[in-house]
Design a binder for this molecule. Sequence first.
Ligand SMILES: C[S@@+](CC[C@H](N)C(=O)[O-])C[C@H]1O[C@@H](n2cnc3c(N)ncnc32)[C@H](O)[C@@H]1O
Length: 139
Amino acid sequence: MRLRNITGSREVIADSSYVVHEEQSCPGKWREIFGNDHPIHIEIGMGKGKFIHTMAKLHPQINYVGIEKYSSVLLRAIQKMEEEELPNLKFIRMDAEDITRVFAPGEVDRIYLNSPIPGPRTGMPSAGCRPGSFWPDMM
Ligand SMILES: C[S@@+](CC[C@H](N)C(=O)[O-])C[C@H]1O[C@@H](n2cnc3c(N)ncnc32)[C@H](O)[C@@H]1O
């Protein structure tokens, strides 16, 4: 899904209010960030955000956080939010391997992992996206 590098994507992300910045200061603060105590569902490797945007629209009583490693891909999700803004959806640009530094234990109610990329040698999902590598710490 990695797109060719798009000039300016990092600047758009840095300026976007849809993106949570300084994510490592976020553990324990997600209710504050969304301004409510609704359940939090996250998607790891959200790509262009089609799934998570649809889910956020269908379920306004759930807060969604989409995580994507690449700026050029996240840019597409931001553009979609500019077309149709949803208050219960936020994005983070980060490597999912660091995800336990972003959510406190018990803070995440559900994790979606749709179509993970196989690792180059093993054919298994890459370490950051492998079920069980970090999930129990947050749930
Ligand atoms: C095959 S796409 C699937 C996109 C979306 N989930 C879907 O089902 O349409 C996988 C996405 O995961 C992202 N990704 C892969 N490894 C990642 C990691 N370690 N951290 C964050 N995102 C990652 C890729 O950049 C890509 O956008």
